[in-house]
Ligand binder design. Structure first.
Ligand code: ADP
Ligand code: ASP
Ligand code: MG
Length: 444
């Protein structure tokens, strides 16, 4: 069994949905197809929930109507078969009426739940429409509701045992089914309410499903031909990597390579299920295979993660006493805030976080331990590769490239596979470009 995930752009127009159906039909063997919402839908659904939260109900309704009209055109262009066209028309009417039913005062009392319900509609729409299109081309598929198997626990983490048991039972109960279609991104929480795996979460759904059934392969189909060596949104002349290890891919995803949701490599890595990244719009290109493989020496790829806050804690004593680090880390643990980078000097510790929700509480407690300085609007630039060989020269290339860009923190040696640099976000693009020239120029 293979898991095939198609992102928002891949299912973004009637033409691309037809392409996706062709790709699915041409892949041999049994498969579980995981779909995102059509591109921009989740953003628009968020605008609707924002308008409801701001009590702008007319505005919310008019955004619903505009999106609804777009879906009517998709339905008109996607199906030839009249009865399927009617069925799909009825589906979208029902879903958009349902969304609109929340555009009134009473919704505000339970806004978090309403927001999750509304943003879940994008994947519900795309999967239903896709399953109907498969029917039109005489491919037999079974539509599964992600709410029957995708669940997160009280800490917001995937409930892997539940997912594994439920997916196993579903597959076992349907031995005749060759194509399952289901929603990425959406799930239930431990209380049984609708929730999601955060933005870009369909990759995570695919990986969790692939791990749950120990799939032969997980394929992530998107709008680019695999993992590039640098962020193609900011840097020209990037290139697709043929093969990368799970560890490299996990680092790149976590540190901002948007092609993969930050956590999405972990379930696949744990079950050793290879992940193939493929381009829906250029299916013959090889893409990138992520699997257990040796990591070549030197820098392989660069990614950047914005929205970073650095916190420096200076000990009130002249020298750091033992127990100082422990006291600091305990504060972050208490407020469930993960630390990305850490550096220490004789008298101070600097560390970074990407979640500011509890920042004020954290600062207040840290001030009992030492003096605290906070810097925001920072970016971590992550260089992934193998830095274990002394002769690699990678550090010289990295620092020469950065000669006129101030670096706030450096993390080197935490693992053999990552060097991280903390810079001001305003310097991100020139950093990525400078590193691209300095680190990759002679090699391509
Ligand atoms: P999907 O909707 O299919 O999930 P995404 O937009 O989430 O697609 O991810 C694909 C995009 O990721 C690409 O179009 C590209 O701009 C961006 N991206 C950022 N960094 C990288 C990288 N290192 N390699 C490839 N794509 C990247
Ligand atoms: N539709 C969701 C989003 O836009 C999930 C995804 O596309 O992966 O974030
Ligand atoms: Mg994505």
């Amino acid at each position: 069994m293979k898991v095939l995930k198609f992102g928002g752009t891949s299912v973004g127009t009637p033409e691309s949905i037809k392409e996706v159906a062709k790709i699915v039909a041409n892949i041999e063997g049994d498969k579980i197809v995981v779909l995102s919402a059509m591109s921009q839908t989740t953003n628009v659904l968020h605008k609707i929930t924002d308008a409801i939260a701001a009590s702008q109900f007319d505005e919310a309704k008019s955004i619903v109507d505009a999106l609804w009209s777009k879906y009517k055109i998709v339905v008109r262009d996607l199906y030839q078969n009249e009865s399927l066209q009617k069925q799909a028309g009825a589906l979208i009417d029902e879903r958009f009426d349902f969304i609109k039913s929340y555009a009134h005062d009473g919704s505000l009392a339970v806004m978090d739940g309403v927001e999750k319900i509304i943003v879940a509609q994008g994947e519900i729409l795309s999967t239903n429409m896709f399953a109907m299109y498969l029917e039109e081309i005489n491919e037999n598929a079974r539509l599964l509701s992600a709410f029957d198997f995708m669940r997160i626990d009280a800490a917001g983490e995937p409930d892997v045992d539940f997912i594994t048991d439920s997916m196993g039972a579903i597959v076992a109960a349907n031995p005749q089914t060759n194509i399952f279609v289901t929603q990425g991104y959406i799930c239930l929480n431990h209380e049984g309410d609708i929730d999601n795996l955060k933005r870009g979460g369909s990759d995570y759904s695919a990986s969790l499903i692939g791990a749950a059934i120990t799939a032969e392969e997980i394929q992530i189909w998107t709008d680019i031909d695999g993992m590039h060596n640098n962020d193609p949104r900011y840097v020209d002349n990037t290139f697709s990597l043929k093969e990368i290890s799970f560890d490299e891919a996990a680092e790149l995803a976590y540190f901002g390579a948007k092609i993969l949701h930050p956590q999405s490599v972990i379930p696949a890595k744990e079950k050793n299920v290879p992940v193939l990244l493929k381009d829906t719009f250029n299916p013959v290109s090889a893409g990138t295979i992520i699997r257990n493989c040796p990591v070549p020496n030197g820098v392989r790829a660069i990614a950047a993660k914005d929205g970073i806050t650095a916190i420096k804690i200076k000990s009130y004593r002249m020298l750091m006493a033992y127990g100082f680090l422990n006291k600091i880390f305990t504060v972050f643990e208490k407020y469930n805030t993960a630390i990305d980078m850490v550096t220490t000097s004789e008298v101070a510790v600097s560390l970074t976080i990407d979640n500011n929700e509890r920042l004020q509480d954290i600062i207040t407690e840290l001030e009992d331990i030492g003096s605290v300085q906070v810097d925001s609007d920072l970016t971590i630039v992550c260089l992934a590769g193998d830095f274990s060989q002394k002769q690699s020269g990678a550090s010289t290339e990295i620092f020469n490239s950065m000669s006129d860009i101030p670096i706030r923190m450096i993390s080197y040696g935490g693992s053999n596979y990552n060097v991280s640099l903390l810079i001001k976000s305003e310097d991100k693009i020139r950093t990525l470009r400078a590193l691209n020239i300095g680190v990759f120029a002679e090699k391509d």
